[in-house]
Design a protein around this ligand. Structure first.
Ligand SMILES: *Cc1c(COP(=O)(O)O)cnc(C)c1O
Length: 364
């Protein structure tokens, strides 16, 4: 399949003249900046906060590119990876006409972004063992299908998708294959970021929200060939990543040992609770995970969820999701948190009748 990026882009975006900020028009060195209507006297928040941040996050991109062994021109930085997802819809999907493919059960944002942009979603469920259904996907592709979202490791199932399968799909898919790697730091397999040189229609999403522990800062990444990155840069709000976020992420990247150590802790804890969970009477099955959470099938998702809530423990109830019947998604916590979780699950007793449950709820 010949991939033609220009044909894929919405017409209004093809002809878009992007907003040109004061900071992006001037690139020499100067001492007096009277170009952006900032507050020249300073900021009550602290030094430097009166100036607009670098719209193209040059320094941060250079650091990220170095770490990922790609070019800075192949890096987009967004206000969370959710921003990149939304931008891909706005750049490539004509509202009311185009479609995207998703593989449920998967991350909920793809559907929400599609709905906001008035783009139809075609769902091709994962197979019973949570892998991509290649034949069904191939059959679902139409000339109007602009994006194919593949989440790997997948949320909420936790497993990674087969890489050869993803690369094969990119070969036959005329649109962009978006590989969401939010949990890649916990996975046994390497990132597909290395594939963007060979596959012009692969976009890899990663984030600082999970293994890097900076969800509050809202910094996500997209890696793709430079033409796709150019489009993302043209359509994004000019100052989409705050100065604070850029500074703190740069600082965090100076010492990667923290991330390595915490990923290690998470994997050890995941292994421990996996073995402790699977012997509990309430647990039917613990699905294998390549992420920092476990999807467990229980005897009764609603009842177990309610029981945990009464112990002041919140997990994600996925029981109403197709292929996840009876399932809860549990984030790996600290050792103490996990121990309390296991104890709470051990103390679960199925209520014989609804009256008992109602009485329990009243605290009787
Ligand atoms: C958590 C998560 C993200 C992260 O989104 P941010 O906007 O970067 O915080 C992206 N994709 C998936 C599948 C996730 O679970």
């Amino acid at each position: 399949m010949k991939f033609d990026l220009q044909k894929l882009v919405r017409r209004n975006i093809r002809g878009l003249k992007p907003y040109s900020s004061a900071r992006s028009e001037f690139s020499g060195s100067a001492e007096i900046f009277l170009d952006a209507n900032e507050n020249a006297f300073g900021s009550p928040a602290g030094d430097g906060f009166n100036r607009y941040p670098d719209p193209l996050q040059t320094q941060l991109k250079r650091r990220i590119a170095g770490m990922k062994q790609i070019e800075p021109s192949q890096v987009f930085i967004g206000n969370g990876s959710d921003e990149a997802i939304d931008l891909l819809f706005r750049i490539f999907c004509e509202p009311g006409r185009d479609r995207v493919l998703i593989c449920p059960p998967t991350y909920g944002m793809y559907e929400v972004s599609a709905a906001i942009n008035d783009v139809a979603v075609v769902r091709v469920n994962l197979t019973a063992d949570f892998q991509l259904d290649v034949d069904a996907l191939a059959a679902a592709i139409s000339p109007l299908t602009k994006l194919l979202f593949i989440c790997s490791p997948n949320n909420p199932t936790g497993n990674s998708m087969d890489q050869t399968t993803i690369l094969g799909l990119a070969e036959i898919f005329p649109g962009l294959v978006v590989v969401d790697e939010a949990y890649i730091d916990y996975a046994k397999r390497p990132s597909l970021a290395a594939a963007i040189d060979r596959s012009p229609n692969i976009v890899v999403l990663q984030t600082f929200s999970k293994a890097w522990g900076m969800a509050a800062l809202r910094v996500g990444m997209a890696f793709a060939n430079r033409d796709v990155i150019d489009l993302l840069n043209r359509v994004k709000p000019p100052y989409n990543v705050s100065e604070i976020a850029q500074q703190y992420v740069l600082r965090a990247m100076e010492d990667r040992s923290w991330v390595h150590a915490r990923v290690n802790d998470t994997l050890l804890e995941r292994k421990r609770i996996e073995s402790e969970l699977c012997v509990l009477p309430v647990v039917v099955r613990v699905h294998p995970s390549d992420a920092n959470f476990l999807l467990i099938k229980t005897t009764d998702a609603d009842a177990v969820y309610g029981h945990l809530i009464r112990q002041r423990i919140v997990v994600r109830n996925r029981g109403s999701v197709e292929l996840c019947e009876g399932c809860l998604r549990i984030t790996v916590g600290t050792s103490d948190e996990n121990t309390l979780l296991i104890e709470a699950l051990r103390s679960f007793r199925p209520a014989a009748t609804t009256e008992v449950r109602a009485a329990e709820a009243k605290g009787e």
